[in-house]
Ligand binder design. Sequence first.
Ligand code: AMP
Ligand code: MG
Length: 412
Amino acid sequence: MLLSVEEAQSTILSEIRPLNRIVERPLSQSYGEILARDIRADSDIPPFTNSAMDGYALRVDDIRDASSDEPVTLTVIGTVRAGHPGSQPVAKGQCYKIMTGGMVPDLADAVIPIESTKPGAEPNTVQILESATVGAFLRPAGEDIQKGSIVVKKGTRISPPAVGLLATAGAYVVPVREAPRVGIVSTGDELVGPDQPLTKGTIRNSNGYALQAAVYEAGGQPVLYPRAPDDPQAIRKLFHDAAKDCDLLISSGGVSVGDYDFVKPVIESLGHLTLWRVNLKPGKPVAFGKVVGIPVVGLPGNPVSALITFELFVRPAIRVMLGDEQWPRPTVRLPLAADIKSVEKRRQYLRARLVIENSHLAAWPHDRQGSAVQSSWESVDALVIVPENTGPYHAGDLLDTMLLSLHSVRPI
Ligand code: AMP
Ligand code: MG
C-alpha cells in the first residue's frame, strides 16, 4: 500500500519546525512576511474621542427641542481641526465648529453634521436644526482597538491592511522569521543550462530554475547548486555540502527505480530515508528523509511531477518553517468545465484553469496531463483532485479542487 498524500504530508511536517531565526524588519519592508510575535496596540485606537463628521461639537442638553421650525442658536467659540484640538471646555449654550477627525472638546457629548445647521443671525453663532442623542457622530477613544490588545496575531501573513494596523499600533519594526535557505540540486547526466547549446541527447535543466522560482514564491531563499551528474559520489558530495549551508534540501530526478537513480541510496548513506513513494499521479516516486540533520525532499525529474510534489510537500514545509499558521491551500468542491476521461489507480492532481461560467466558478482541466508535458503548466490556477479508481467524470460533476492562485481567472 502506498502512503496517501495526507500521510506523507503529515510525516514530513512532523519533522519540520518554525525556524528560530527571528529578525526585526522595518515596517516598510515587512509586506508578505509572517509575523513572528503578537503585536499589541501601544495606545487606544482611536487615541482620543473624535468627530466622525464635519459639523458642530455641542452639549445634547442644549438642543433637546431643536427642529427646523424652531432652531436652537449656539455660540461658536472656535474651530477644531484634525490635529488642532480646542483650548477650552464647551460651556452651556456654546459649541465648537469641528472637522472630521478633530478631537472632541471637553464637555461636548455629540456632533451635529453641518447639513443639519444654518448660519446664525449674529456673528459667531449657529442655528441647530435637530436634536441628537449622546454620542452622536462621535468615534470614542478605544472604540476600534483597546490599548494593549493584539492588533495582528503571530503567524499572520503581513498584508497591506495588516501593515496599516501595525503602523497604527506604533510598530515601526516588526519581528519576522528569516526565510529558510532551500538548497536545490538537479540531478541528470542529460541536463545542460538554459544558456548552453543542446547537443545530442541533452535537454535543458528546467527544474532547477522552476524550483528556484517556486521557492521564492513560497517565501524561501533558494540556493541553486550546480547540476549533479548521475553519479552517487558526486550527488553525495553536493548533498553533503548543501546540507551544511541550508535549512531544507530539495533535489530533482534520480529518485525512481532506474539503474541510474542514486538519490535514495545517497540519502540513506548521509542520514536516513523516512518515506518513498506516495499514492499520487504525477509524482509517485517522491522521497523524504534527513541528511546531515537537514530535511531533504527528493522530487521526481519529470518537470510536472517536480512542481506538483513541490506544491504538495515542499511548499508546506517552507511555510511551516516561516511560522505561517495558514499554510494549507484552500480546497473547495467545484464543478468541472470539461470531461475527465482517465481512470487511474492512483489519486490524480490535474492541472486546471479556473473559469467563470454563468457567474459561477468552475475548474477546467487541461487536455494534456502527461507528467512531461510542460506546456499545460501555463495558466494553471488550480489542481483538480481525482480520487483513485474513479471516473470518468463529466462537465458539471463536482470534485475537490485545490486553489493555487486567482490571477488568471476569466469568464468563458
Ligand atoms: P528521472 O526522475 O531522473 O528519471 O527523470 C525523469 C525525466 O525527467 C527524464 O525524462 C529526465 O530527463 C527529466 N528531467 C530530469 N531532471 C530534469 C530537469 N532538471 N529539468 C528537466 N527535465 C528533467
Ligand atoms: Mg535522471
